[in-house]
Design a protein around this ligand. Sequence first.
Ligand SMILES: CC(C)(COP(=O)(O)OP(=O)(O)OC[C@H]1O[C@@H](n2cnc3c(N)ncnc32)[C@H](O)[C@@H]1OP(=O)(O)O)[C@@H](O)C(=O)NCCC(=O)NCCS
Length: 158
Amino acid sequence: MMSNHKQIEFKEVNNDNFRAVVKLTDTLSDMQKRCVAPNVVSIAQAYLNPEKAWVRAIYLDETPIGFVMLNINPDDIKDDDMPALYVWRFMIGGAYQSKGYGKMAMDMILEKARKESKKTVYLSCGMEYEMPYQFYMNYGFTDTKIMHDDEEVLKIYL
Ligand SMILES: CC(C)(COP(=O)(O)OP(=O)(O)OC[C@H]1O[C@@H](n2cnc3c(N)ncnc32)[C@H](O)[C@@H]1OP(=O)(O)O)[C@@H](O)C(=O)NCCC(=O)NCCS
């Protein structure tokens, strides 16, 4: 099955793909829109936090199918788990979900973290719905049982 999947890659968000990346948010269900900030908001926050934010579009061939924003300099992680990378925003467009691309993109995030000798990858997610919590637990994240801004904090050791 997986061998039928095409490769995905991360590309910078620029003037050429900005609109397509912003529009990906419209492809989410109303429920999913409650789980992740609109991509346009994330891009604006990245502009305001240049020392922390690492922003990429997730591409399948020439098509942007998702969006990721990492905090590459998180400052609120316990010392034992540092250095850490924090997945700030993560989404796959509606038409491309449940095809394994989210998992592949998470593999690439962890690979980036490993290359940079990070010890952990952290993220937080709303507990209102089964997804995306189930996606992260299936992937291998551990529930820290800590809440941050009404979201459950999850982590994975590298
Ligand atoms: C969460 C999200 C990124 C997952 O991406 P995806 O490409 O759909 O996930 P994948 O196809 O890689 O699925 C990986 C695993 O997640 C689970 N999964 C995916 N979609 C699922 C669904 N609709 N229902 C139940 N489980 C599902 C499956 O167990 C799958 O494992 P498998 O390989 O054993 O089938 C995507 O659904 C999304 O963007 N959701 C909306 C935004 C959001 O919630 N972002 C996270 C904010 S914290």
